[in-house]
Design a protein around this ligand. Sequence first.
Ligand code: NDP
Length: 241
Amino acid sequence: MSDATPEPRSVLITGGNRGIGRSIAEEFLRRGDKVAVTSRSGHGGPEGSLTVAADVTDGESLEVAIRAAEEAHGPIEVLIANAGITDDQLLLRMSDDAFESVLDTNLTGTFRTVKRVIKSMIRKKKGRIVLISSVVGLYGSPGQVNYAASKSGLVGFARALTRELGSRGITANVVAPGYIDTEMTQSLPEDLQATYLKAIPAGRFADAEEVARVVAFVAGDDAAYISGAVIPVDGGLGMGH
Ligand code: NDP
């Protein structure tokens, strides 16, 4: 298995200004790729990356951002669809808006982004698409009907895409992190954090870098024959699901 990227590739990471997305951006930069990240403000990507402003719920802003990334680095060869939100509430109390906005960002946002970058991948007969899902997508979690539905939707998405484009040198995979130490999880109540910790066979939470290294592997040449897969990075939390 080689660590080095033979040719620098044009990599796009949605939500690359903080958390897991930022760590993924740093990992691709470390491997020598040309990295563009999106953030809603248009600022905040790691040094060495190009940060472009995009909201994945807004196709126009995505179009402008991806065009800027392509002008700087060439057609997108690796897409990491990472942008995501939670809006937790038990189902009986969940508003339509809370359901729809989570789906719109996590699932439809991925659809908009993948659809925009896929044409040039088809033309080149080469591409890597990695969708950042969650252990919650297959394992479930109370208070997260919207989030779990959006994240399991990504599994069907990647598998359908694999069947559409598998013969064109394009892979589409899902990476499903467990409990990763970022702003998203730091905002959970302490007692809930303690409950999760007890359920994780590894006995610890993970750093975002541990997800980033797996994503970089799945997007690399060594993973050319992996497609439609769900790769857990969860310390065993969701095993069997
Ligand atoms: P953070 O909350 O730290 O970061 C979320 C990122 O998504 C930010 O860069 C944010 O951009 C971006 N984002 C949110 N909404 C939009 C939008 N509408 N358009 C564009 N960008 C948007 O989250 P994490 O780093 O923890 O999570 C990253 C991904 O990993 C998510 O998909 C999440 O569901 C998934 N995940 C996280 C786990 C964890 O334990 N942390 C576990 C499993 C999965 P901005 O700064 O502009 O708001």
